[in-house]
Structures are given as C-alpha cells and as structure tokens.
Design a protein around this ligand. Structure first.
Ligand SMILES: Cc1cc2nc3c(=O)[nH]c(=O)nc-3n(C[C@H](O)[C@H](O)[C@H](O)COP(=O)(O)OP(=O)(O)OC[C@H]3O[C@@H](n4cnc5c(N)ncnc54)[C@H](O)[C@@H]3O)c2cc1C
Length: 403
C-alpha cells in the first residue's frame, strides 16, 4: 500500500499565522501494538481518535507530516449541514429517501460537533452562525423556491428571502436567498488540536513524522508497516488520509480539484449584519465568513484540475478575482488580502463522502470526507466508524459505503 503524495496547499493559511495549543507527539522508535491505528492527524483523525478513546480503545495516530499540517489548517471552516448538492438535486441522483437521510445526518453531525466541542471544553473560536444561500447559476429564484419546498418537506427550518428582504436586512443585491440556522464557524486547527489533546488525555499517542507504507489484514489482526520498517499491530486500522488517497480504497466517483481562499485585513467598518455564513447556488461558488478580529475569509474560484504547479501559479490572479467579487458584493469593505492560500480539494459526483469498511480488507476502514462539507463529514465518520467497530452499527452506513 502507498498513499498518494501531494503538495496539499501553498501560500499562507490564516490559521497557521495564529497561536494554537501545544500538542505532544513522538517519533515511532519501536514496534507497537494497539487496539486501533489511525493514519492521519487532521480533523478526521482527531475526531475519530477522541470518539474511540471515549469508548475505551487504545489508539495510536500516525502522520507523515507534523500533526495537523495537511489540509485541515487550510480549511476556511464554514461548518455547514447544508450539503453542496441541493437536496432536490441530490434526490434525483440517489433517490428522495436517501437524499433526505443524508441531509438529516449532516444536520445531526453539525449539532453533535457543536455540543461535543462545548461539552469537552475545547477552545477553538467556535460560534453558531446562520447561513445565506444566494441565488446563482445553479439555482435561480425559482430553483431556490423548489429547494425551499424540498427542505421544508424534510423538516429543515428554512426561510426564503426576496431581493427586497436581502437588500434591506443584509445590503446584498441578489434575486433571492435561502436562510438556514445554526451552522458553525471555527478555527479548524485549534479544533483538531483540541480533539487530539482530549484523545491524548485518555492515553492515545501521536507519532510523527512517520509514513505508513503497507497494511495487511491478517486472520486475527491488521499489520501496518512504516517506511522505516516499524510494525504496528492493531485490531482495527483506519485510514484518515484526507486528499492523499490510499491505493487500496475504491476511487470511483472521486475527483481532486483546486481551490483558492484568502483572509482580508481587519475591516474598519462594521461587517454585514448578523455575520451569517454566505455562499452561492453557483458553480463554482463564492463563499465567505467573518472572523472575531474583523477579517473576512473568502474562498472559491474552484477549477477542475489537480496539477499543483498550475494551481500555485494562479494564486495571485485568483486572489484578485476573489477580491473583485467580494468588492462587488460589499462595495464598502476594504478588499485587501493579508493572507492568501490555495489547496487541493476533494469532490464527489454526489457531494457526499465515502466512509466505512474498505472492501476486501477485514477490520480496515477509510474516511474520505469530501468537499465543502469536509469537516461536517469528518464528524459523521467518527460516529459511523465507532458504531461499526463497536458492533452497534450505524443506520446510515449504506449512504456512505464504498461501492
Ligand atoms: C481551501 C480549503 C477550504 C476548505 N473549506 C472548508 C470549509 O469551509 N468547510 C469544511 O467543512 N471543509 C472545508 N475544506 C475541507 C476540509 O478542510 C477537509 O475536508 C479536511 O481538512 C480534511 O481533513 P482530513 O483530516 O481528512 O485530512 P488532512 O487534514 O489532510 O489530514 C490527513 C493527514 O494524513 C496524512 N497522511 C496521508 N498519507 C499518510 C501516510 N501514508 N502515512 C502517514 N500519514 C499520512 C497527511 O500527512 C495528513 O496530515 C476546505 C479545504 C480547503 C483546502
């Protein structure tokens, strides 16, 4: 087994310029034996490690980079239950019943993440935010009305805002929008470090840098071997390697694309009322959020290629296009970037992630928490995989299973 090697991100993500708590990690100097080995110390590995240590398993987390240095610190961290694929579009792809279940599970995951983070006392600048989904080239005003009816049918509290409502309440000039409630913004680096530290408090160990090179399910356990030849014997093996996909995971329906983001200078004037998360029913879509120090984080401009040199070469021009779009939406803001970065980004044909047992590999699981809801799906993954390992199962495993 090998995992793809990628240059996951380039530029200066805002979160790496801010202080975060200390995290203890070690080199792997000996062979080890644990209940569960997790490869990947990003938000997926962190949430998984915390959930599994709560259930009493001994856990080792291994990463070939230093902890939380993959895609997670590049995230803009709009933690939304609204899946990138509109509910009525998803229903056409996977059936109405399954689409509604996927959306409800996503909502449960965001609620669970908020409640668990508060209960564990993890300090990560987490704030509940409503969100505005603006009419665009994927859903115009009529399309948003259709989406409203689908969401209401499925039980989601959603409000339709007309052009006048949008203008008078938020100063935004768009044909219409849907408003949803109780999504989250956070500092993703602090979030992941906080969860890893909770797992460490319960005895988990983080090993880095260490590259897991092979994994071999055997009759009674799984043997993972590092590039240096150290052996990790475990009852269960979990691959949480983000956008560096392992060879042994089915990749049908997955694609790696490129995305760009920036954080502005702190704004001198007040930001938009209610500081909602804003995104567009467009392809590609622009999205934005605020920060407690008055900056605006804006991202988008996605393109369907994975070539990292080409992606990095576009950082400056993409930064300018994003700033131009920000200025068009809010002419009064200071549209100057203090941080700008670019990264690889996962997408799937449905917008849903793949989570579950790896076909043909007993006691091995993988998490591919794709796209704009990546962190929401990392939370689903920690719940779902814990259910599978403990034998309790999960009512939604069919939605996310590898095909
Ligand atoms: C610019 C940008 C904006 C985003 N915005 C949002 C957003 O607003 N909301 C949202 O929910 N999501 C967003 N995402 C997506 C989100 O960031 C990702 O879904 C999430 O960070 C993935 O976390 P992860 O733990 O799965 O992967 P990572 O954080 O990449 O962690 C995986 C780790 O696995 C390690 N690894 C890989 N292979 C091996 C190996 N063989 N041996 C040892 N270690 C290995 C890597 O070194 C890496 O550290 C965004 C992503 C980007 C790039």
């Amino acid at each position: 087994m090998t995992t793809q090697h990628r240059n996951l991100r380039t530029g200066q993500p805002i979160w790496l310029g801010k202080a975060a708590s200390h995290l203890k990690f070690d080199l792997l100097m000996d062979d080890i034996s644990v209940d569960i080995a997790i490869v990947g110390s990003g938000i997926s590995g962190a949430l998984m490690a915390e959930a599994l240590t709560e259930s009493g398993y001994s856990v080792a987390i291994l990463d070939r980079r230093k902890p939380v240095m993959g895609s997670t610190p590049a995230s803009t961290a709009l933690l939304q239950f609204e899946i990138d694929t509109p509910l009525h579009h998803l229903a056409k792809k996977i059936g109405l019943n399954t689409a509604e279940r996927a959306w409800r599970r996503s909502k449960l995951a965001v609620d669970a993440l908020r409640e668990r983070t508060r209960d564990l006392g993890i300090s990560c600048e987490m704030i509940s935010r409503d969100s505005l989904y603006l009419a665009g080239n994927v859903l115009d005003e009529k399309g948003l009305q259709k989406e409203l009816r689908s969401r209401q049918r499925a039980g989601f509290e959603t409000r339709f805002l007309s052009r006048n409502d949008l203008q008078s309440r938020f100063g935004i000039d768009r044909a219409a929008a849907l408003m949803s409630f109780d999504n989250i913004e956070a500092n993703p680096r602090k979030l992941a470090i906080g969860y890893l530290n909770k797992a460490i408090d319960r005895g988990a160990r983080v090993y880095a840098p260490v590259e897991v090179a092979t994994v071999e399910p055997r009759s009674r356990d799984v043997l993972a071997t590092t590039k240096e030849g150290r052996k990790i014997r475990c009852k269960y093996f979990i691959s949480a390697t983000g956008y560096e996909l392992p060879d042994y995971v089915p990749k049908k329906g997955h694609q790696i694309i490129s995305t760009w983001a920036l954080a502005t200078v702190p704004q001198r004037k007040k930001l938009w009322p209610e500081k909602c998360l804003i995104w567009e029913a467009s392809n590609p879509y622009l999205y934005m959020r605020t920060m407690s120090d008055g900056r605006i984080i804006v991202g988008g401009e996605d393109e369907e290629f994975e070539d990292e040199d080409k992606r990095d070469a576009k950082l400056s021009s993409k930064t300018n296009s994003i700033l131009k779009k920000l200025r068009m939406m809010f002419p009064e803001v200071t549209a100057e970037a203090e941080y700008a970065w670019t990264g690889s980004f996962g997408s799937s044909t449905t917008g849903l992630p793949f989570i579950g047992a790896i076909p043909g590999m007993d006691r091995c699981y993988a998490v591919l928490g794709y796209g704009g809801n990546g962190i929401t799906f990392s939370m689903v993954a920690s719940q779902l995989v814990r259910g599978l390992i403990s034998g309790a199962g999960d009512p939604d495993q069919d939605i996310f299973a590898f095909k």
